[in-house]
Write a protein that binds this ligand. Structure first.
Ligand SMILES: [Zn+2]
Ligand SMILES: [Zn+2]
Length: 232
């Protein structure tokens, strides 16, 4: 408690510290040199799944099996330090890590007309009870003040406590998330963005998109901080 008070006093005097290197004067949770060093995906990437492609064309996998969703914004690779920030936020209660992640994602989202609804990818009820928060909601809330009233964490929900995708081999992931969501009727006729921290196969986003579109959403886009390479 005393340490916290001291830290706040120091922050007030010399500005907030960088969440990675500790340098002072960090504006959005990271200092400028650390932000420049972030592992970004190349600008030329598949608009559907964010994997690097020549000239930013749709990749072969997405041509062959078009995803249900309408495209993703995903600026970073799931590598150090982005992966470490995501894990700190998700597993270690380091809520301050949400700020640099939201800053990273927010800079990549260049939408002229914002979506009608911004929905954090829900975590399962038991994981929510265990952690006390959904790490993605924390990121979504910091994205852009103007969109704050479009964020509603209750619209899209997990129905079941499926095993975490990270614990499963790639070929089991699509089946694992089948039927994992339900959503409210409010999405009918709406353009929706689903926010998430990590994308691997895209199976989770696609299942969420399927449920949202079945309920009448006219567009579902993914806003995702980082992706892993496609391992298959
Ligand atoms: Zn730094
Ligand atoms: Zn693709």
């Amino acid at each position: 408690m005393e340490f916290d008070g001291l830290r706040r006093l120091v922050e007030r005097l010399i500005g907030p510290h960088c969440g990675l290197c500790g340098a002072s004067g960090a504006t959005e949770g990271l200092c400028d040199p650390c932000r420049r060093d972030l592992p970004m995906l190349p600008a030329a990437r598949c608009p559907r799944c964010a994997l690097p492609t020549p000239d930013g064309a749709v990749c072969g996998v997405c041509l062959k099996t078009p995803p249900v969703h309408d495209g993703v914004v995903c600026p970073a690779r799931y590598d150090f330090p982005v992966g470490a920030l995501i894990r700190a936020l998700k597993y270690h209660g380091r809520l301050a890590a949400a700020r640099p992640l939201a800053d990273l994602l927010g800079r990549a989202i260049r939408v002229e007309t914002p979506p009608d609804l911004v929905l954090p990818m829900p975590v399962s009820p038991s994981r929510f009870a265990e952690r006390g928060y959904n790490q993605v909601t924390e990121i979504a809330r910091l994205l852009e003040p103007r969109w704050r009233d479009r964020i509603d964490p209750r619209v899209l929900e997990r129905t079941v406590d499926a095993p975490p995708q990270a614990s499963l081999p790639m070929d089991k992931r699509r089946r694992n998330v089948r039927g994992a969501f339900r959503c409210s009727e409010i999405v009918r006729g709406k353009r929706v963005a689903v926010v998430d921290d990590v994308m691997t196969t895209g199976a989770t986003l696609d299942e969420a998109a399927r449920i949202l579109k079945r309920a009448g959403a006219v567009e579902v886009r993914g806003w995702i901080v980082a992706r892993t390479p496609r391992l298959r």
